[in-house]
Design a protein around this ligand. Structure first.
Ligand code: MN
Length: 244
């Protein structure tokens, strides 16, 4: 199983979650929301198998932490995975969208300068703006759009630009999310939780809750959960190889 976008460092007890995820043999990309959290999360993860850490600056934090963009860009050469990065155009964050665009462009340029990176990208309320920025930085690497919630035509454009997608149980519980997932190129889809920000009842989703996403993708693809899992793992292998 694969959780390609979770905030391991933001769980109440990250070490317990890490240990259990390793027991489940879960492939995990632990994203971070600030460049300083990247070093700390790497220390936490240590040599845990199948776990990678993304170097990020979350768009919701850009208004208060944009000064950290230079630090982040200086660290990009040391990071195979970059994220969480992107843009948020929803009402609470629309005011900083111009600043977010500047920061996002700087990070994408840093990725171009280092030969491209695998990126996990937030695009809530700003899918078109995210795609514009990706189109303007063609050498930035491989974009994985996490929890994509744009329109079908924005999805078609993302597909044309070669974007990948990571989808989680929360997205797949809604009709719109399932319709988007059905239209995604099957060979560029991964699973994620976005935990601990996503919940089932009162508890945050855990990395191994991607099992539910495997099952729902299996329904969408007309295959078993095991078949969906095999397909997702072969996608991940191809992505990782392409990022080398
Ligand atoms: Mn996230």
């Amino acid at each position: 199983m694969i959780d390609f976008h979770c905030h391991l460092d933001l769980y109440e007890d990250p070490l317990v979650v890490l240990t259990q995820a390793v027991e489940y043999r879960c492939y995990m990309l632990a994203v971070t929301t600030t460049p300083l959290a990247w070093a700390g999360t790497r220390r936490l993860v240590g040599g845990a198998p199948r776990v990678q850490v993304g170097l990020g600056l979350h768009p919701e934090l850009v208004a208060s932490r944009h000064r950290e963009v230079e630090l982040l860009c200086s660290m990009v050469p040391d990071a195979k995975y970059v994220g969480e990065i992107g843009l948020d155009g929803s009402r609470p964050h629309r005011g900083s969208l111009a600043l977010q665009k500047e920061v996002f462009a700087s990070v994408l340029q840093a990725c171009v300068d280092t030969g491209g990176r695998i990126m996990t990208i937030h695009s809530r309320g700003a899918a078109t703006e995210v795609l514009d920025a990706l189109e303007a930085h063609p050498g930035a690497g491989i974009p994985v759009l996490h929890w994509f919630s744009g329109t079908q035509s924005e999805l078609a454009r993302a597909d044309m630009l070669g974007c990948w997608f990571s989808v989680g149980p929360t997205m797949l519980r809604s009709k719109k999310g399932r319709q988007l997932a059905a239209a995604m190129p099957r060979d560029r889809v991964l699973t994620e939780t976005d935990g601990p920000f996503t919940r089932r009842g009162r508890s945050p989703l855990m990395p191994w809750d991607v099992l539910e996403a495997e099952r729902l993708l299996g329904e969408i693809w007309g295959t078993s959960q095991a078949g969906a899992r095999r397909h997702l793992l072969s996608n991940l292998r191809r992505l990782v190889d392409a990022g080398d």
